[in-house]
Design a protein around this ligand. Structure first.
Ligand SMILES: Cc1ncc(COP(=O)(O)O)c(C=O)c1O
Length: 372
């Protein structure tokens, strides 16, 4: 189907990206860390597209993080290299990982247990190649990784570095707890705590005679409000910043003007009996992420702080005023509303194609990879 030239002519619901804003978000993050002499290794999980990866790597197609093996293959097939699959090593996919490790200049995996190391040793690479691994450290960040102060972490690092078929390439911590912050100062406190814990672990490695290991931390909040000590790290690995979203504005990572993603929806029903509008955006176009977190419901309705996206079913959304009576004349059937999503990664994951706009004109379409 032909893509219209103007945003307002798109069939809805549609995910629309603001290209100049997206480029600016990418450039700001890249500049921030290149000035510090820290390598930016952007995460691809938010958009999962070649074009987004191209912009985030400033055209190098090198040095990225992915969250699924499907992404790893997709980027490899599109000329990307130096790929870090930052997910606890999935034993069912080891043969597929080996395929990439044999094919790429640098394919790297995450290790967080002796069992994972044993599994890699059972599957040695051919032709003198070694597995490049990053030790996943949990610096009180929640979710995955070995607790940084657990002697098992150093033990595992030693075991990896003594192995012939596996190399300890780096130490990886993801400050997921920065998502519980409110404001720059709280974010900086998490960034500092994670950096300090990671650097202390690096010192322990050196004391154990393990040298030449990289260190990487990051999340969009912490990399949007970095602390000076982060300049002592080798790398950072944020991803969401290229789009940003309402969640990031609430945490304090960005301003609402910096959010580069929207879901366009149309008014498809007037229901004065319930004081509501029906729109053609259900959870298949927005996701249910953020439920109950916003006074305006599941999203912010751009230019209409008086409206709330109250609820969604699979293909329908109900909009009502935050208070008072709805003025239906302002929202005729067929008129457009622009939703700023709560969580860009979850919303983008619902769409088979993204429409890319600049100054109201559609300039491109991007097709993400899907699956695991
Ligand atoms: C392991 C890992 N690294 C990096 C990131 C990127 O962080 P953010 O989404 O805050 O940019 C994520 C996000 O979930 C992650 O899980």
């Amino acid at each position: 189907m032909a893509v219209p030239q103007r945003v307002q002519d798109l069939l809805t619901p549609a995910l629309v990206l603001d290209l100049p804003q997206l480029r600016s978000n990418a450039r700001l993050m890249a500049d921030r860390f290149s000035q510090q002499g820290v390598q930016l290794r952007p995460h691809m999980k938010t958009h999962k597209t070649v074009e987004g990866g191209e912009i985030m790597t400033a055209g190098t197609r090198r040095c990225i993080v992915v969250s699924t093996l499907a992404e790893a293959f997709f980027y490899a097939e599109n000329g990307f290299d130096d790929i870090l699959y930052a997910y606890p090593l999935p034993f069912d996919k080891l043969d597929r990982c080996a395929e990439l490790a044999q094919r790429l200049e640098l394919f790297q995996v995450l290790v967080d247990s002796e069992a994972a190391l044993a599994e890699l040793k059972k599957h040695p690479l051919q032709g003198g190649r070694v597995w490049h691994t990053w030790l996943k450290l949990n610096c009180e960040n929640g979710r995955a990784g070995i607790p940084h102060s657990d002697p098992a972490a150093l033990q595992l690092a030693k075991a990896i570095s003594q192995s012939e078929s596996v190399e300890l390439t780096g130490v990886y911590a993801h400050c997921g707890n920065s998502y519980h912050c409110s404001g720059g100062e709280e974010i900086k406190a998490v960034a500092q705590a994670t950096t300090t814990a990671t650097l202390q672990f690096m010192e322990k490695l050196k004391a154990a005679g393990i040298h030449g290991v990289k260190s990487s931390i990051g999340s969009t909040p912490s990399c949007s409000h970095p602390v000076p000590d982060m300049a002592l790290l080798s790398e950072v690995h944020p991803g969401n910043y290229v789009f940003y979203d309402i969640q990031q504005t609430l945490i304090g990572s960005c301003k609402i003007e910096e959010v580069a993603v929207r879901v366009l929806t149309r008014v498809i029903g007037h229901y004065p009996a319930t004081n509501q509008l029906l729109v053609d955006c259900g959870w298949t176009a927005l996701s249910l992420d953020g439920m109950g977190r916003l006074p305006t419901g599941y999203a912010v309705i751009e230019g209409h702080p008086e409206l709330k996206l109250l609820s969604m079913t699979q293909e329908h959304g109900k909009v009502e005023p935050v208070s008072g009576k709805l003025d239906y004349e302002k929202f005729p059937l067929g008129s457009l509303l622009s939703l700023i999503p709560y969580h860009a990664c979850a919303t983008a994951a619902m769409h088979p194609v993204y429409f890319v706009q600049s100054e109201g004109r559609i300039v491109d379409t991007w097709t993400p990879t899907r699956g695991w």
